[in-house]
Design a binder for this molecule. Structure first.
Ligand SMILES: [Zn+2]
Length: 277
């Protein structure tokens, strides 16, 4: 499932095409022809990808659950059906194909800056901005709705960009936090540690190989994600799964050891509020 680390890895791979001229293009966007244009940048913002052409327009894709970008040599066989291609960008030496992406848009630089999704994005945990400032802003945004369950809040890309459904369950398990408790029940240092840990694991997973959120050799790649019914590695209680939020996203958790991790609500302190959502 594409999360922030996936998109940053995709962007890094596709950057081999920067500086090259498009020799062939097709997409689901009617009448769009990019042949002759030059690829000038490839940028991941949270789980969104922007491929810039001549620095003034970008092909914007969001992969959601099933989408992917593949990079091939021009004559190499594709690993997914041609009918699943949503965008194909060829240069002399490379061929990039976007499969199954539900969102493919052609945007001017102005439209990128005013796009309802892109403009509303929270700070990207893998973004280029100052790390401390990124965490400060993310924390402020999480605080904007203290009644929101933590497991929903950290998945909201408007509050903090990059964490997806796998990281949500894994990080909350690692930090022993209850996904269903409201954000307001947790103090700043707890939330900050959660965000820092999220950034750490996103960064660790920028290399090759499958995404791992546990590093003990020979063990599984995840602690609780997709493991309902298996025993909690910490306390042997069966791992549970509940659907959470308006989209009914799966949340995996230990009903025992994630109950006790909640911090006391902050006392005698001014709550920092973020912008209204
Ligand atoms: Zn447990």
């Amino acid at each position: 499932m594409p999360e922030g680390d996936t998109l940053h890895k995709v962007a890094a791979r596709l950057r081999v095409m920067v500086g090259q001229t498009v020799t062939r293009f097709q997409s689901v966007i009617p009448d769009l022809d990019l042949v002759g244009r030059t690829i000038t940048a490839v940028e991941a913002r949270g789980k969104n990808l922007l491929i810039w052409f001549d620095a003034d327009h970008a092909l914007y894709t969001h992969l959601r659950m099933a989408g992917s970008w593949h990079l091939y040599r021009p004559d190499a066989p594709w690993r997914k059906p041609t009918t699943a291609a949503r965008a194909v960008i060829a240069t002399e030496s490379w061929l990039a194909v976007c499969f199954y992406a539900p969102v493919v848009e052609w945007l001017s630089a102005w439209e990128v800056e005013h796009h309802p999704v892109l403009a509303a994005l929270g700070p990207d945990l893998l973004g280029p901005d100052d790390a401390e400032q990124t965490l400060d802003v993310a924390l402020q945004r999480l605080r904007a709705d203290p009644r929101r369950p933590l497991g929903e809040a950290i998945l909201d890309q408007r509050l903090v960009a990059g964490l997806g459904n796998v990281y949500k369950s894994e990080l909350l398990f690692m930090e022993r936090l209850d996904p269903f408790k409201p954000v307001g029940d947790y103090d700043d240092s707890t939330l900050r540690r959660l965000l820092e840990n999220g950034r750490k694991w996103l960064r660790r997973n920028l290399g090759d190989g499958p995404r791992k959120t546990r590093w003990d050799a020979g063990r599984a790649n995840t602690w609780v994600y997709n493991r309902s019914g298996e025993l909690c590695p910490r306390c042997n209680t069966p791992i549970a799964m509940r659907r959470q939020g308006a989209l009914g996203r799966t949340t995996y958790y230990c009903p025992r050891c994630q109950q006790s991790g909640a911090a006391e609500p902050p006392r005698g302190r001014v709550m920092v509020r973020g912008p209204a959502r």
